[in-house]
Ligand binder design. Structure first.
Ligand code: NAG
Ligand code: NAG
Ligand code: NAG
Ligand code: NAG
Length: 346
């Protein structure tokens, strides 16, 4: 029936009006990108970097396509990639406060960000910050919780390598200002050493996501570096958040605060948006983590960074792309790659 051209006009009108007769769907381009923390700090300012960018008309100095360059060399590439792609909402991982500040400088006054340092809830340690373009998105509220047994205070799960955090935001997409669309966005980074931490983290985030879906009746999007793959021995977090196995027990205070009425959203889960999009619109690379290794080095070739949409499906996924962090000057902008998704919110 949809192949009849005259009906397409009617169909597009129906979609524009939407099922509730008032909501118009709107799209956004979102990214998740683990930046690699600033492991080689220096005092080179963003302004100094920008004023010494190489002549774009001549071949660049070659750095050698393996190995880590300082953040001061990598940061402009991170910004340029996302800016060039037209991303309006960006979740990052491993951002130390200098990196947050540098990105705020690079993105400029048209952007805002929220998040806290995971080690003290202020500025110490890595952030999982959420950056958003002010012309496209309004922030309603934000908070952070720890992926531990005491989620409301800076804390570390026993056996985890680090404090771990999730940044939670209530946002309004206003690409069409006459028809703003609210949604919840959670951005996180699970532990690299403890699968038990990752399972707990997925259980906490799933509980929070379900509560938001219930309370707001709006879409919930989760992005993050899970430090673990979708299948295999270490895939507990992915399996829990996607509803393949049961969550583990979480802090009772957290569970009570983010409870939904019994019998509500019982089968709630998060869906891997890479599996929800038509295959011709899945493009780019497979792996999201490559280390600072040579191209093609399979030893660290894994997909561990995800974009997930909640199972009430008040969204559709239009395109899914994994970019490259390697440029012709041989610089790897990060040991991860940016994951970029085009999502329509309904
Ligand atoms: C940056 O500058 C400060 C102040 O001059 C200095 O104490 C610090 O050692 C410098 N850091 C690096 C990594 O050069
Ligand atoms: C984000 O949340 C923190 C903690 O509640 C708050 O202090 C801050 O003002 C919020 N940021 C924005 C931009 O609303
Ligand atoms: C749950 O978390 C809260 C706040 O982080 C903490 O005060 C409480 O002791 C935790 N409950 C248990 C059983 O650990
Ligand atoms: C929810 O409902 C189930 C089945 O009706 C019941 O076994 C369970 O105790 C209820 N839980 C709560 C918290 O009321």
């Amino acid at each position: 029936m949809l192949s009849f051209a005259p009906l397409l006009g009617l169909l597009s009108i129906a979609l524009t009006i939407g099922p509730q007769g008032g909501t118009m769907a709107q799209s956004l381009r979102i990214s998740t990108y683990n930046l690699r923390y600033d492991s080689m700090p220096n005092n080179i300012t963003v302004a100094e970097t920008l004023s010494s960018l190489p002549d774009p008309l001549t071949p660049p100095t070659y750095y050698g396509d393996t190995g880590e360059q300082p953040w001061s060399t990598r940061r402009v590439k991170v910004y340029q990639h996302l800016d060039q792609q037209g991303v309006v909402l960006a979740g990052f991982q491993e951002a130390l406060v200098r990196q947050v500040d540098d990105l705020a400088t690079l993105f400029g006054d048209g952007w805002n960000w929220v998040g806290v340092g995971r080690d003290d809830g202020v500025a110490a340690g890595e952030f999982s910050p959420v950056f958003y373009k002010k012309s496209a998105i309004d922030l309603v509220s934000n908070d952070s919780f720890w992926l531990s047994n005491t989620p409301f205070e800076p804390s570390k799960f026993p056996g985890a390598g680090s404090f771990r955090i999730c940044t939670a935001t209530h946002l309004i997409l206003k690409t069409d200002p006459a028809h703003p669309i609210s949604f919840t966005y959670l951005n996180t980074h699970l532990d690299d050493q403890s699968d038990a931490e990752r399972r707990l983290a997925a259980s906490l985030i799933l509980t929070r996501a379900r509560y938001e879906a219930y309370k707001t009746g709006r879409p919930v999007i989760v992005t993050g570096d899970f430090n673990s793959e979708a299948t295999g021995t270490d895939s507990g977090a992915y399996q829990i958040i996607t509803g393949q196995i049961a969550p583990v027990a979480i802090n009772a205070t957290f569970a009570a605060k983010f409870a939904v009425p019994n019998g509500t959203l019982d089968d709630f889960k998060m869906l891997d948006l890479k599996a929800e999009v038509a295959r011709e619109y899945v493009s780019g690379e497979y792996a999201t983590y490559t280390g600072f290794n040579a191209p093609g080095d399979a030893s660290v070739y894994t997909r561990i960074d995800f974009v997930l949409g909640d199972s009430t499906k008040r969204w559709s996924i239009d395109k899914y792309h994994v970019g490259s962090s390697l440029t012709d000057d041989g610089v790897l902008a990060s040991d991860h790659r940016p994951v970029i998704a085009d999502i329509t919110l309904h």
